[in-house]
Design a protein around this ligand. Sequence first.
Ligand code: FES
Length: 355
Amino acid sequence: MPFHPLTVARLDRSADDAVAITLAVPPALRGVFRHVPGQHLTVRHAGLRRTYSLCSPAGPERGEVTIGVRLIPGGAFSTHAVTALAAGDRLDVMPPRGRFTLRPAPGHYAAVAGGSGITPVLSMAASLLAARTDARFTLLRSDRTAGSAMFLDEVADLKDRHPGRFQLAHALTREERQAGPASGRLDAARLRDLLAALVPPDAVTGWYLCGPPGLIDASRSALRALGVPPERVRSELFLTTPDPPATLENERSFSDSPPHPAPHTTTLTALLDGRGTTCAATPGEPLLSALLRARPDAPYACRGGVCGTCRARLTEGRVHLARNDALEDDELAAGYVLACQAQPLTDHVALDFDA
Ligand code: FES
């Protein structure tokens, strides 16, 4: 999937240590950059790729898109974004991807968002409430302090614009406040009580959890205790490490060692953007690494098994997935793999990136 140079239209401070970067999308690329609420963009800068969720609402003919970037100490792109990036600069950006999405439909939707996990949730809530007058959204957000909370004004705007259809509770875990939940860590028991008080759990069509692993795990436990069926709950993990996969989708991982790696060089055939390529992969080598030697345009972002950008369908042979934090069970059952984590087990393997 190609990168496109987009111009920074403006930068807005979205928290003490975060910026919202709005990128102008020229008319010829508006179809390419149309997104579903919850999707993310991959940005390429100084040879690195980073993935950031879109916070702007989805719409048919948008001339710009916005991502939220929090400064991570030691983070190469986030430091550049918060301290040096300016309007008029260009960034190489891959079109929106990701399956942690909410397509506007009637119903009552709810989210638990922690820290920068508010970014895709803001897009979901804004898009849903604007598109459907028969939909509601309940948000429980959690931040360390008010100063670190991204998009406070934009979330407050939703309350003003959609009174009666948008409900908000804001927990600050390290700061006392006069209204709202008491400060302190949100564990499963507190979440269960808070969520049950906010909305009858069985009235919710879909739950969206987005934030650090501890909050996702605690929220899943709380919803389980409230009797919410797991298939109504979707999650996206956010990590804040200096060398991040910026977004992580779902929470399974495969860490077993490969059962029987192919003892010899494997022939890899890949179909990508309608063009077939054949190349060689050495024993244990991730198929993406092998393919990139022949096809530098092969899609990837995190190379850590978490963003799903390198998803492809295995059409021949067998592979071992060293890690999977991106594909759902139904995708695995349909034969999808992550090329960055797929190690060949057979002499010939075929991947279809267009499937
Ligand atoms: S590049 Fe992110 S999962 Fe493979």
